[in-house]
Design a protein around this ligand. Structure first.
Ligand SMILES: *Cc1c(COP(=O)(O)O)cnc(C)c1O
Length: 421
């Protein structure tokens, strides 16, 4: 991977024909260490948020040795780049062949499920293995999250006790519970509420859980979506855990995806045409801008002019909308994206905060979507939950975005309740 100091250096050196993913390895290291130091339990990275090999290796180098995987290709990826790490197969619906391959070929012992049928499938496909860690996935409220992950998966509270009992009986090793409060969860108390709901189901089932897995949902910062400090989430989980019917040996796990990688990557795109306030870029909804198109997230942006006197563009900001390169009219990102009013064809637009569910989502539809990757070693992310951003997101004019980005500086010590298997 070629390394530049700053995006402007790349723009000055050459005019890339394709979009370039600009990766900041240091942000993943900082986020990983923050979770290691502050979360009082085991941290498993949800690979789907960004499966880049450099992400996996950086996490391992910074102490994250557990991975939440959902498919055999994800398992193979982790096995290749993080050999010896612990994997948890947390997709509640798996093929029998995938379960067998995970168990027999890759040493996976942790499986989640939300039905009796899937539990039976896991037992059959592992030859009635007794050394499984069986995790019951609960459906919980996704209030306060930008994306719900409960509509599709999770057992309802009234059916959970029977499934918990069945899991308890099926394994001689660990039985646990998990949930997902929804991605980009803006309310720390959502974790506490989900833990209370899970605790009530455990009491009704009359079983102790060996593992409480609070899932993902830890937020990042985007224009108009400025969450509380990350330490507030940790505090809510601590309170929730203390109120749960757990024993001395109960393990606490989390599965962050977004929070570990969102800040790590921006995308350098080129303006191929300007029509009024619409910029036609060489990346879009079928590339790395899925959330900008489908969830209409107004990502932070910067712009550059190439050539002999290459520079970052400044001046009066105006709201722009983007179109991507494909011929589909869904390929539209309404923004608003605030850029200098004289931005024109041939300029470069850098879109920030695309490290989670951005570069991971790219398709080759219509012949587009190929992205180069380069590292930038002296450029802060456009916003940060970990005190890394040098300035607030440059989106000045909407009601919410007049808030200053709240930086949560790493604080706190290694958890006292921390237990590692
Ligand atoms: C996607 C997913 C995660 C990660 O969610 P984030 O919102 O990115 O933190 C964690 N666990 C499971 C089971 C998931 O499906």
């Amino acid at each position: 991977m070629h390394t530049y100091h700053k995006p402007l250096d790349l723009v000055r050196e050459r005019s890339p024909e394709r979009p370039v993913a600009l990766v900041r390895q240091g942000t993943v290291a900082v986020a990983a260490r923050w979770f290691q130091e502050n979360f009082k339990g085991d941290v498993l990275y949800a690979v789907k948020a960004n499966p880049s090999p450099w992400v996996i290796r950086t996490l391992v180098d910074n102490g994250v040795t557990g991975f939440d995987v959902a498919s055999i290709p994800e398992i193979e990826l982790v096995a290749e780049h993080a050999p010896g790490s612990r994997m948890a197969f947390m997709h509640p619906v798996k093929s029998r062949a995938a379960i067998s391959a995970a168990y027999f070929d890759h040493g996976v012992r942790t499986f989640s499920f939300d039905t009796h049928e899937e539990l039976e499938k896991i037992l059959d496909a592992t030859g009635q293995a007794k050394d499984l860690t069986l995790i019951v996935r609960m459906a919980v409220s996704a209030e306060g999250a930008a994306y719900s992950l409960s509509g599709k998966f999770g057992v309802e509270s009234h059916q959970a006790p029977a499934l918990m009992l069945a899991a308890r009986r099926a394994t001689q090793d660990l039985m646990g519970v998990s949930f997902h409060v929804g991605s980009q969860c803006m309310r720390p108390t959502a974790f506490q509420a989900a833990m209370a709901q899970t605790g009530r189901a455990l009491v009704r089932a009359g079983v102790f859980a060996d593992v409480i897995d609070v899932g993902g949902g830890f937020p990042s910062v985007y224009p108009g979506m400025i969450p509380p400090d990350m330490s507030d989430y940790i505090a809510a989980i601590d309170r929730g855990f203390n109120e749960m019917p757990v024993s001395e040996t109960t393990e606490l796990w989390c599965e962050p995806g977004r929070a570990l990688v969102a800040e790590s990557t921006s995308l350098l795109t080129r303006v191929e045409l300007r029509k009024g306030d619409a910029l036609y870029l060489n990346d879009g909804a079928y590339g790395s801008l899925f959330d900008a198109a489908h969830a209409k997230w107004p990502f932070p942006v910067k712009s550059y002019r190439g050539g002999a006197d290459a520079r970052e563009l400044e001046g009066n900001l105006k709201p722009f909308q983007f179109y991507g390169p494909t011929c589909d009219s869904i390929d539209h990102m309404p923004g608003p994206f605030w850029l200098p009013e004289d931005v024109r064809e041939g300029d470069f637009v850098e879109i920030g905060m695309l490290g989670a569910y951005g570069v991971a989502m790219s398709t080759r539809f219509n012949g587009f979507g190929a992205v180069e990757t380069a590292a930038v070693d002296d450029d802060a992310p456009m916003a940060s939950m970990f005190g890394l951003a040098r300035r607030s997101i440059p989106v000045p004019r909407t009601a919410e975005s007049t808030n200053v980005v709240r930086l949560s500086r790493p604080k706190g010590k290694a958890g006292q309740r921390k237990r590692k298997r």
